[in-house]
Design a binder for this molecule. Structure first.
Ligand SMILES: [Zn+2]
Length: 383
C-alpha cells in the first residue's frame, strides 16, 4: 500500500458510526484523537505544530513567515459521513510534504500544512468555523462560551501569513467520473445558505382531537417540504435540502405544537439563492396556513458564490499538464480563504459522486494520483 493509503487506514476505526459511515463532530473525541494523530505524523516528518486560537492546527516547515504556501483541509465530518471528505486533503498534504522533505527539496518560501476546525459546522451550525474565525469572516462573539475557542478571532500568525493556498479534496459529485479524469481543478463554489424554519401549530391530544379541529404542524411541515422541492426544481442548477426535522415536543400520542426544520439552499449566484428562498418563504406560509399553522424562517450561515483565482488555476493547470476545471456545490475552507488570498482546489475523482455518506470513495490509484499532483503543485509554488 502507498503511504497515503496507509495513513487513511490508520483513521479507519476513528469515529465509526454504528448506523453507517463516520461521525466526527468538530470538538468531539474522534477529532481530538485525529488531531493528536496529525501532530505525531507532522512532527515525525520534521514539521512544527502549533494550535491557533480558533482550534486550527498549523504544521510549519521552518519558521512561520509571510507569503507562505499552505495546503490542508479538515478532519471533522458530518454525521454518518464518508472517510475521505477532509482527511484525504490532510493525508495527501502530509505525504506530499514528507516526500518533498525526503527528496532534499529546499522551499524558497515558508510551507505549512493546516487542519481547519469544525469545517462541517455539525456542532455549532457554522460551516468552515475555524477558517471563518481566523479570517475574521465571523464575529468571535458567536463562539463565546465554547471553552475550546476561548480567545477566538482574526489570526495574523496563521491565516495572515498565507501567500497561496491549495486544498486537495475528494470530489463531491460525478464531474470527474463523467469526464474519465482522476484529477481536476475547481473553478468556483455555488452560493450557499442555511435557514431555520419553524412551523407553529396547536399541541393537543391525539385521541380526543377530531381531525377537522387540528392545527397540526407536522402535516403542515410535510406540505412545506414538498413546496421546497417544487420551488427548487423550478430553478436551473439549484439545490434545496431539508436535512433535519423535529416535532416538538415529540410524543407518540401528542399532536405537536411546533415543527423545526433546517433548510440548506445552493445555486449559481447569491441572487438566485435569495430569490428561491423568498419563493420558499411565500409558499411555506401558504402551505402552513392550510393547516392553520404559522410559518417563520430565519437565516443561519451564508456564503456568497466564490470564484477561485483564475491565474493560480491556470498556473496549476500548466504544472499538471492540463486537467479538467469544474465547479462544486460544496463549501470549503479554500473558498473562505479565497476572499483574502489566491486559493485553489484539487479534486480527486469520486466514482459514484456520493459524499457525506459512507459510500463516498476514490480508487487507490486516484488517491495516489492526487498525492502526486499535490506534491508537484507544492514543489512549483514553494520553489
Ligand atoms: Zn470537506
Amino acid at each position: 500500500m502507498s503511504a497515503a493509503l496507509d495513513l487513511l487506514a490508520e483513521l479507519d476505526d476513528v469515529g465509526r458510526d454504528p448506523r453507517g459511515g463516520w461521525s466526527r463532530p468538530g470538538f468531539g473525541d474522534a477529532v481530538a484523537a485525529m488531531q493528536h494523530w496529525f501532530t505525531e505524523h507532522a512532527e515525525a516528518i520534521g514539521l512544527d505544530v502549533v494550535r491557533d486560537r480558533n482550534g486550527n492546527l498549523w504544521a510549519w516547515w521552518g519558521e512561520p513567515a509571510r507569503d507562505a504556501v499552505v495546503t490542508g483541509s479538515h478532519l471533522d465530518s458530518v454525521p454518518g459521513g464518508g472517510r475521505l471528505d477532509g482527511p484525504l486533503g490532510v493525508v495527501s498534504a502530509l505525504v506530499a510534504v514528507g516526500r518533498l522533505r525526503a527528496s532534499g527539496f529546499r522551499p524558497r518560501r515558508p510551507l505549512a500544512v493546516v487542519v481547519f476546525a469544525e469545517e462541517e459546522g455539525s456542532e455549532l451550525g457554522i460551516a468552515c468555523l475555524g477558517s471563518r474565525l481566523a479570517t475574521g469572516a465571523v464575529d468571535p462573539a458567536v463562539v463565546a462560551g465554547v471553552p475550546a475557542l476561548a480567545g477566538a478571532g482574526a489570526d495574523p500568525d496563521g491565516v495572515g501569513r498565507i501567500g497561496r493556498f491549495v486544498e486537495l479534496h475528494v470530489e463531491q459529485g460525478r464531474g470527474l467520473a463523467d469526464l474519465g479524469a482522476p484529477i481536476g481543478l475547481a473553478t468556483r463554489v455555488l452560493a450557499h445558505g442555511r435557514w431555520r424554519v419553524r412551523i407553529t401549530g396547536r399541541g393537543d391530544h391525539a385521541g380526543t382531537t377530531r381531525m377537522a379541529d387540528r392545527a397540526d404542524p407536522v402535516v403542515a411541515a410535510a406540505r412545506v417540504v414538498l413546496a421546497i422541492e417544487r420551488a427548487a426544481l423550478a430553478v436551473d442548477g439549484a439545490r434545496a435540502t431539508v436535512g433535519r426535522i423535529e416535532a416538538i415536543p415529540g410524543g407518540t400520542n401528542v399532536i405537536a405544537s411546533a415543527v423545526e426544520l433546517t433548510l440548506d439552499v445552493r445555486a449559481d449566484t447569491a441572487h438566485a439563492v435569495r430569490g428561491l428562498v423568498s419563493r420558499i418563504e411565500e409558499a411555506g406560509a401558504l402551505e402552513s396556513a392550510r393547516n392553520g399553522c404559522g410559518f417563520a424562517i430565519e437565516r443561519g450561515s451564508w456564503s456568497d458564490e466564490v470564484v477561485f483565482d483564475a491565474a493560480l488555476r491556470d498556473e496549476l493547470d500548466a504544472v499538471l499538464g492540463g486537467v479538467p476545471a469544474l465547479p462544486t456545490g460544496a463549501g470549503h475552507d479554500a473558498a473562505v480563504l479565497a476572499a483574502l488570498v489566491p486559493a485553489a482546489m484539487l479534486f480527486v475523482r469520486n466514482p459514484t459522486g456520493v459524499s457525506h455518506a459512507q459510500e463516498e470513495d476514490a480508487a487507490d490509484a486516484d488517491i495516489d494520483a492526487g498525492v502526486d499532483a499535490l506534491e508537484r503543485v507544492l514543489r512549483h509554488l514553494a520553489a
